[in-house]
Ligand binder design. Sequence first.
Ligand SMILES: Cc1ncc(COP(=O)(O)O)c(C=O)c1O
Length: 84
Amino acid sequence: MTETIFSMDGDEAPLTGIVELAERYDAWVMVDEAHATGIFGASGAGVVAKLGLGDRVLVQMGTLGKRSAVSALTSPAVARCASC
Ligand SMILES: Cc1ncc(COP(=O)(O)O)c(C=O)c1O
């Protein structure tokens, strides 16, 4: 179990290596994409998608709360309201 992007410094987990290790030792990989959802990969699907590991990661979780908050803060509607 690992996060794909760690919040303190934005470090990216060495996911390809983790997946290779897991396959070598017959372990499962679960990733938390809370800090990657909406930012990395095609259509913001996350680091797993960016690295093409979708069929090698057993569980991938994301978040709507953080992504929605970022989307809201950067939306043109919020920019307009900032000067209201
Ligand atoms: C690593 C990680 N995963 C999951 C969550 C849960 O995110 P949310 O509350 O947006 O679902 C958080 C929230 O702080 C988080 O930091």
